[in-house]
Ligand binder design. Structure first.
Ligand code: ZN
Length: 174
């Protein structure tokens, strides 16, 4: 029998109720505009100097699949994820404005920032150039493996070489 996401999440909730963070999700009561601010100084993100916008008009199919295929123990993020496909399906294409995302939406979306960049569903604002770009220079470096720990530095630059995102990563493989 295949373990589906609902089976896994029910098992997890029963077995580890303490790990399930219960916080009520307040779904947004407005329709989004096409572009949403995913990460940047506006939200206090210390790893982003640039402002990363994602294109909601491209995201309904991804969001639908993602909501079915993954599960998070943070209840508010899980509810935000399940609500998201419906929300992006009614985006307002007639007004050129930017949508702000809530904490729970950012919680499940931000780890996929590089995927959205690679798919081309983004624009990024460089505060030095004072300009939006549709491409980044990916300058990840410093990859190092020590025993079971892998480290690297993620760094994105604008086409003129200004750093827009910088983050040290460290993961442990068991
Ligand atoms: Zn720049």
């Amino acid at each position: 029998m295949a373990i589906t996401v609902p089976i896994f999440s029910n098992f997890f909730k029963r077995k580890y109720p303490g790990f399930v963070t219960k916080e009520i999700y307040q779904a947004p009561n407005h329709f989004p505009y096409q572009m949403a601010l995913l990460a940047g100084p506006y939200y206090g993100d210390e790893d982003y100097y640039g402002s990363l916008l994602i294109d909601l008009s491209k995201m309904e199919e991804w969001a639908t699949h993602h909501a079915k295929a993954t599960w998070t123990s943070v209840t508010a993020e899980q509810e935000a994820k399940e609500y998201f496909p419906r929300w992006v399906s009614v985006f307002n294409q007639y007004v050129d404005a930017i949508t702000f995302l809530d904490k729970s939406q950012r919680g499940f979306l931000k780890p996929y920032a590089l995927d959205f960049v690679n798919k081309g569903w983004f624009q990024i604002y460089c505060p030095n150039c004072k300009e939006f770009f549709h491409e980044i220079k990916n300058n990840d470096h410093g990859k190092d493996r020590l025993g079971s720990t892998i480290k690297w530095i993620a760094e994105w630059q604008c086409p003129n070489g200004h750093v827009l995102h910088y983050k040290k990563h460290e993961i442990r493989i068991f």
